[in-house]
Design a binder for this molecule. Structure first.
Ligand code: PLP
Length: 429
């Protein structure tokens, strides 16, 4: 595998960009590699600047549910771009996307578009605080909700991978309003919410955790969370930035039949362009400026290119059987993968729901942050490098999801499985 060009770009990038990357996980430090610089991508394949092609299971960290450069998405962006790229005034495209999103996600009555998942969660928490008049935020260990100050407490992959507990630059005054408790632990949840009820504005949760690797919620955990927050007048925020339009058209809330008060979206709704959104019950959303006093704004919010890309993508995923086919394909792949792991005698735990999965290098079930941390990251690093050499691109961290897209056909999945088999064999030898 030639990596000369990537190496040259990386040296150049490091001189002007911190760590040579615009988002830390891309640096690939924890898997002992330098980043590959990407030239192009199509379907389930990405090609780097040295001309190597890889089967892609990163999917831009979630958005590319149709695979790369889907013709509908590219055509929509190109058409809209001809008419100008930003106006700072409303366009019909925003309404169309808002209608489609509210129609798809069961708990959404109104939605506000922003430019990233981070902005969506940050704004949803501000709204929950404004609405309840309380300050405290409860989150779960290992869940990531973007990089706003209040969330950088036990915050999942990016931070775990760097081996730091939180972040310098986040004032204690802010973090003292954030409580982080274990995922999938009903006792801790109930104790915390009852003890601090009058301080707690909201609980924010990844309804399926994707940022400590995939950790599926126990159904009574989510049900108890919903029942308790409703009883105590605490806003329940589902951070569906990954799971929205991934696990079902209506996201995790549709899949589990549990309705949050507010929902955060991102990744897929932008069709690969920078978009986030937060929405929920009208009564709460009407507190947002200019209807209400909770301020939130954005120069590029509702950007026409981003709206067009999101619309094109959502129109495809709304076709009949889209999710059934993705499920079937993911199930087939995960089944084969589990069997390879068994046969290879490599201790692994495969956590999967729908088209997102993580193969943890550990022998005990992974149901929260503590159990996820038992995974052998050295072994993952080795697996990652062997897969890369075999033309398969996995996330450069044990604590991330692998995503299957509609563009992953049997041929590419079989090729990936062959590479996995040979990587497992090398590991167990
Ligand atoms: C990616 C992610 C975010 C942050 O989104 P950005 O667009 O990267 O700011 C928030 N929450 C979850 C669950 C995510 O996976």
């Amino acid at each position: 595998m030639k990596t000369e060009q990537s190496g040259l770009f990386f040296s150049r990038a490091k001189k002007v960009i911190p760590g040579g990357v615009n988002s830390p996980v891309r640096a690939c430090k924890s898997v002992g590699c330098d980043p590959l610089f990407i030239q192009s991508a199509n379907g389930c394949m990405v090609t780097d600047v040295d001309g190597n092609s890889y089967i892609d299971f990163v999917g831009s960290w979630g958005p590319m549910i149709l695979g790369h450069a889907h013709p509908d998405v590219i055509e929509a962006i190109s058409n809209v771009a001809q008419r100008g790229t930003s106006f700072g005034a409303p366009t019909p495209l925003e309404i169309e996307l808002a209608e489609l999103v509210c129609d798809s996600v069961p708990s959404l009555e109104k939605v506000r578009f922003v430019s990233s998942g981070t902005e969506a969660t940050m704004s949803a928490v501000r709204l929950a605080r404004g609405y309840t008049g309380r300050n405290m935020v409860v989150k779960f260990d290992g869940c990531y909700h973007g990089h706003a100050d209040s969330f950088l407490v036990k915050a999942g992959s990016g931070i775990i991978t760097l081996g730091i507990p939180g972040s310098p630059g986040v004032p204690e005054d802010i973090v003292k309003n954030t409580l982080s408790i274990p995922y999938n632990n009903i006792d801790e949840l109930e104790k915390t919410l009852r003890a601090r009820t009058t301080d707690i504005a909201c609980v924010i949760v990844e309804p399926v955790a994707g940022n400590m690797g995939v950790v599926v919620p126990e159904i009574d955990f989510l049900q108890t969370l919903r029942a308790l927050t409703a009883e105590l007048g605490i806003i329940l925020i589902f951070d569906e930035v990954i799971t929205g339009f991934r696990l079902a058209l209506g996201g995790a809330q549709e899949r589990f039949g549990i309705m949050p008060d507010l929902t955060c979206l991102g990744k897929i709704i932008g069709g690969g362009l920078p978009v986030g959104a937060y929405g929920g019950k009208q009564e709460i959303m009407d507190q947002v400026a200019p209807d209400g006093p909770v301020y939130q704004a954005g120069t590029l919010s509702g950007n026409p290119l981003a709206m067009a890309a999101g619309l094109a993508m959502l129109k495809v995923v709304r076709r009949p059987n889209f999710y059934a086919e993705l499920e079937e394909k993911s199930d087939w792949f995960a089944g084969k993968l589990a069997r390879l792991a068994e046969n290879a005698d490599v201790p692994t735990v495969l956590n999967r729901i729908g088209s997102m999965m993580t193969c943890f290098f550990t022998d005990a079930p992974v149901r929260d942050f503590t159990t996820a941390m038992k995974a052998d990251t050295e072994l993952y690093g080795r697996h990652f490098r062997q897969m890369l050499a075999g033309g398969v691109w996995l996330a450069p961290s044990q604590f991330e999801a692998a995503f299957i897209s509609a563009a992953h056909d049997r041929t590419c999945m079989k090729k990936a499985l062959t590479e996995i088999e040979s990587s497992f064999k090398k590991i167990s030898a």
